[in-house]
Design a protein around this ligand. Structure first.
Ligand code: AMP
Length: 217
């Protein structure tokens, strides 16, 4: 089951990819999570990507592809994976497609979680994450039991540095200019499935199961 999830920041692709990985037993590969971890660990890669991530710009294609390509070589990816936040440009999609076609394991489906801009801004401004386990909350639709405290490990709930209004705006422009063209790219490839992402998480998940269950072997 080789799947990529596409969607604007805040569309819920990370939340969906995480639970799909658990349900179907394939790894969840999030380029955003990889970059944030490297930044937090002050690694060489972290230092290279920090400015891009914090300002809401895209990390250069070549570097991003190298990271994903190395991850896809791990044994746990042989039979399937859920890519979250990658590809994000047509160039990334083309390089990925060349690699996967050569390895005879092309993407089965690309799930596009479509949302209205109004809902995206609302979700991103109310998104918080645990500074220990990184669980995601939403102050409106999925609040923690105690304000600012993670239900799982009492970690502190913080706002991502790129979830502030100025950077949110920049990320939406980046999406419109660089990532939106991927929708027609994958439609042309015949693998695109568009899902209305404006609805509650469980409803979106149900639609996704309807698409992915038939791929189970
Ligand atoms: P995300 O968590 O997917 O919203 O990603 C957070 C940030 O990481 C983005 O705003 C970019 O700076 C960087 N990033 C994540 N995925 C990619 C990608 N495929 N290409 C370039 N930059 C990326």
């Amino acid at each position: 089951m080789k799947i990529a999830l596409l969607g604007e920041p805040g569309s819920g692709k990370g939340t969906q990819a995480k639970s799909l990985a658990k349900k179907y037993g394939f790894p969840h590969i999030s380029t955003g999570d990889i970059f944030r971890k490297e930044i937090a660990g002050n690694t060489d890669l972290g230092l290279q990507v920090e400015e891009y991530v914090k300002s809401g710009r895209l990390v250069p294609d070549e570097l991003t592809f190298k990271i994903v390509s190395q991850r896809l070589e791990f044994n746990d990816c042989t039979r399937g994976f859920f890519l979250d936040g990658f590809p994000r440009t047509v160039e990334q999609a083309e390089t990925l497609s060349a690699k996967l076609t050569q390895e005879k394991r092309p993407l089965d489906k690309v799930l596009y979680l479509q949302m209205t801009e109004e809902e995206v801004v609302k979700r991103l401004s109310s998104r918080r994450e645990c500074d220990k386990c990184r669980r995601i909350y939403n102050l409106i639709s999925q609040p923690p039991q105690t304000p600012d405290v993670c239900d799982l490990d009492n970690g502190k709930l913080v706002q991502r540095e790129d979830d502030v209004p100025e950077t949110i705006k920049k990320r939406l422009v980046v999406f419109a200019n660089l990532t939106e063209p991927l929708i027609s790219y994958y439609r042309g490839e015949g693998v695109l499935e568009t899902i209305n992402g404006d609805r509650p998480i469980e409803e979106v998940s149900k639609d996704i199961y309807g698409i992915l269950d038939p791929l189970k072997k």
